[in-house]
Write a protein that binds this ligand. Structure first.
Ligand code: ADP
Ligand code: MG
Length: 369
């Protein structure tokens, strides 16, 4: 089932009275998007950008100030969460401590009414299937306190799946897990999502997490959608400086530069020939993989140290035009042989270099020869 968000907006009134009244917070600001059927969409952005509010609006825990939500052609905006058929998983699992795993998973089925009401046998079959899907069928009689964090999160996912939801919503489901378990569980979520083909929205502030499991990512900032696309497309083609900075590890390297007579200047060096860009000051972003070590390269930096990271080497250097304390460039270990002295010279890969308007942060596209 597809989900359509149409001019979805949520404003929270500012607190206080008179002159001490704070400004209203626009948590979600005119969000328009059609989430395709059966896809996993990663909703990504820093804390406070409106991710949870968006999820709460989709599942019906909050009402929008403006706009509508459709599941396929059905306007679900006036419906209660129970009527929407959504499964929701929260960061803190929210399991019932006094119930065992089986009872926790079964809980949403106990309250079904009328024609939805299930027999004991039907409930048991559903619980067994959901538990099997997240591979906890051997833990059904344990209490939550007898489970690891990862297992608890699986119970929470099974509990969301047991209702056979039309939509699965996950709000930072991995934040309470340690690094290794986080990696494993995200693969797991991807597997379950692909197997069930439930349209899923996955909220995270971790770009790596969103990039690795999403069919599409939505990058948000201050309630506003910045860019929507396939993870690789957004990485390769960021719409603005915020998106470019938010995606990628190590992060993009930023510089103050200028375009002058068809060349991009960093400091006094012309590092790239550009076509059809008017002279202007710019912000420049260069991905760590956008540098090529070259003895006659046009971009000269002060070498701090090489850091070996297995297959690749991260060269740490500095430059007066850099907006970060250090520049990180990733090159393969073989090409570092001749690295010595105080300076290091690079050629730049044009498709890894992005220019941004210094005032607005909007991307300025360019062509090279
Ligand atoms: P995220 O999940 O991306 O961290 P949220 O959706 O929780 O962000 O919050 C977005 C903005 O809305 C924040 O500025 C937050 O303080 C504000 N906000 C969220 N919920 C409420 C609420 N119930 N009342 C007032 N402001 C809220
Ligand atoms: Mg949140």
């Amino acid at each position: 089932m597809k989900i359509v968000l149409s001019h979805l907006t949520k404003t929270f009134p500012g607190r206080g009275r008179g002159n001490r009244k704070k400004e209203d917070v626009i948590a979600v600001n005119d969000f328009n998007f059609e989430i395709p059927d059966g896809k996993l969409v990663g909703l990504l952005g820093p804390s406070g950008c409106g991710k949870s509010t968006t999820l709460h609006l989709i599942c019906g825990l909050q009402n929008p100030t403006e706009g509508q939500i459709f599941f396929d052609e059905e306007d679900v905006t006036p419906l209660t969460p129970q009527k929407r058929g959504v499964g929701m998983v929260f960061q803190n699992y929210a399991l019932y401590p006094h119930l065992n795993v089986e009872q926790n998973i079964r809980f949403p089925l106990e309250n079904l009414k009328g024609s939805d009401k299930l027999s004991r046998e039907e409930m048991h079959a559903r619980v067994t299937e959901a538990a099997g899907l997240v591979q906890i069928d051997n833990l059904l009689d344990r209490k939550p306190s007898e489970l690891s964090g990862g297992q608890q999160q699986r119970v929470a996912i099974a509990r969301a799946l047991v209702k056979l939801p039309r939509v699965l919503l996950l709000d930072e489901p991995l934040s309470n897990l340690d690094a290794r378990l986080r990696l494993q569980t995200r693969e797991e979520i991807r597997r379950i999502q692909q197997k069930t083909a439930i349209t899923t929205v996955f909220v995270t502030h971790d770009q790596d997490e969103a990039m690795s499991i999403s069919d599409l990512i939505v990058v948000m900032k201050d309630g506003l959608v910045q860019q929507i696309g396939k993870p690789q497309e957004v990485y390769d083609n960021p719409a603005n400086l915020f998106v470019a900075k938010f995606l990628g590890t190590p992060p993009i390297n930023l510089f103050k530069g200028r375009v002058e007579k068809g060349s991009l200047f960093l400091g006094e060096e012309a590092v790239l020939k550009l076509k059809q860009v008017p002279d202007q000051p710019v912000h420049v972003g260069i991905r760590p993989e956008g540098f090529i070590l070259a003895e006659n390269g046009s971009f000269t930096c002060r070498l701090s140290r090489p850091e070996v990271m297995g297959r690749d080497v991260s060269i740490v250097s500095t430059h007066p035009a850099s907006l970060n304390p250090v520049i990180r460039s990733i090159v393969d270990a073989e090409s570092c042989g001749h690295l010595s002295g105080d300076t290091v010279r690079f050629m730049l890969k044009p498709q890894k270099v992005f220019l941004f308007d210094q005032a607005t942060g909007q991307r300025i596209s360019f062509e090279t020869d």
